[in-house]
Ligand binder design. Structure first.
Ligand code: OOG
Ligand code: MG
Length: 261
C-alpha cells in the first residue's frame, strides 16, 4: 500500500458520498497518482465496514473485467473484484429506479452460488464441485467517476462500479450445462445489442471464481459456502436510459428481464 489509513478513510468518505448522493467525482488517482490496486481494495474494505455498520449485508462478490470485450471497453487488462450487498438486489420483471443511478450500463453474467467454502489455490474442477447452482444474472454497473472513465485503483475503490443486480431464468446444476458455450443475447426494447458466449470470461466462468478465491486468500480470507458470485460481463456493457426494457437471454438457462423507470 502507498496510502496511509487516514487517506484511505478520506477516500472512502468521498466514494461513499458519491454513491449515496448519486453524483460523480474525479478519479482518485488524479489527486493520488501513487495510489495502488491494494489501496483501492483497502478503500473497498473500509466501505464494507461502513455498509455493515448501517445494516447492509455482504451476500457475495463480483469479478469484473474478466472478458476481452470488457477489458477493451474500459481500457484495463486485469480483472477487478468487488462486493455484492443485499441492498443492491432487485427482483426479476421489476423496475429499477433510474433516479438513483448516474449513467448505468448492463452486463449479462453467469452467477454461481456455492455450497462449500473455497480457500487458497483452487482449480476449475474444485470450483465446480463446490458450486450449488449457476444462474443467469444481469449486473447494472454505474461508475461514480465522470464520464465512466477510470483506472484500476480508482474503479476498485468504487467497488468495481457495482450498483444493482438481478437474477432470473433457471438455476442449473453446473454439470448439466456446458459452462463454456452458453450463448447470451442482450436485448434493449426488443433489439439485440450484444451477443456472446460464456467462454469469453477467462475461457470458463469458473476461472473467475478461482481467481477471486486466490485474491481472497492473498488477504487471509476465503469464499464461504452460500456465497453468490457474479463472474463478469460476457460482452461489452450496454448503456441504458429511463424507460428501457431489458432482456438478457441465456441459452439453456432462461432469461432475465426488467425495466428502468
Ligand atoms: C468495472 C466493472 C466491470 C464486469 O462485469 O466486467 C464488471 C466497470 O467496467 O465499470 O462488472
Ligand atoms: Mg459486472
Amino acid at each position: 500500500m502507498s496510502l496511509d489509513a487516514k487517506t484511505i478513510s478520506v477516500l472512502a468518505d468521498r466514494v461513499q458520498h458519491a454513491q449515496d448522493n448519486v453524483h460523480t467525482i474525479t478519479k482518485l488517482t488524479d489527486e493520488h497518482p501513487s495510489m495502488s490496486i491494494e489501496d483501492g481494495y483497502a478503500v473497498q474494505e473500509e466501505l464494507l465496514r461502513r455498509w455493515t455498520a448501517r445494516g447492509d449485508r455482504l451476500v457475495g462478490r463480483k469479478a469484473g473485467l474478466t472478458s476481452k470485450a470488457k477489458m477493451i471497453q474500459m481500457g484495463v487488462d486485469v480483472p477487478s473484484f468487488g462486493m455484492l450487498l443485499a441492498s443492491y438486489a432487485r427482483p426479476e420483471n421489476g423496475a429499477i429506479e433510474m433516479d438513483q443511478l448516474l449513467h448505468p450500463k448492463i452486463e449479462a453474467e453467469i452467477a454461481f452460488v456455492t455450497k462449500d467454502e473455497l480457500q487458497g489455490d483452487v482449480t476449475i474442477e474444485q470450483v465446480m464441485a463446490a458450486t450449488d447452482y449457476v444462474i443467469p444474472a444481469v449486473e447494472v454497473i454505474d461508475s461514480r467517476y465522470e464520464n465512466f472513465k477510470f483506472d484500476l485503483p480508482s474503479v476498485i475503490a468504487d467497488n468495481s462500479s457495482s450498483a444493482r443486480y438481478v437474477t432470473g431464468g433457471r438455476p442449473r446444476n453446473p454439470r448439466e450445462v456446458d459452462l463454456r458455450t452458453i450463448g447470451v443475447a442482450i436485448e434493449k426494447n426488443g433489439e439485440i445489442q450484444a451477443l456472446g458466449a460464456s467462454a469469453a470470461v477467462l475461457n470458463h466462468p469458473a476461472k473467475a471464481i478461482a481467481m477471486l478465491v486466490k485474491h481472497l486468500a492473498d488477504r487471509g480470507q476465503s469464499l464461504p459456502a452460500g456465497a453468490f458470485v457474479m463472474t463478469g460481463g460476457i460482452t461489452e456493457a450496454i448503456p441504458v436510459s429511463r424507460g428501457d426494457n431489458v432482456v438478457a437471454r441465456f441459452q439453456d438457462m432462461g432469461s432475465v428481464s426488467f425495466r428502468f423507470a
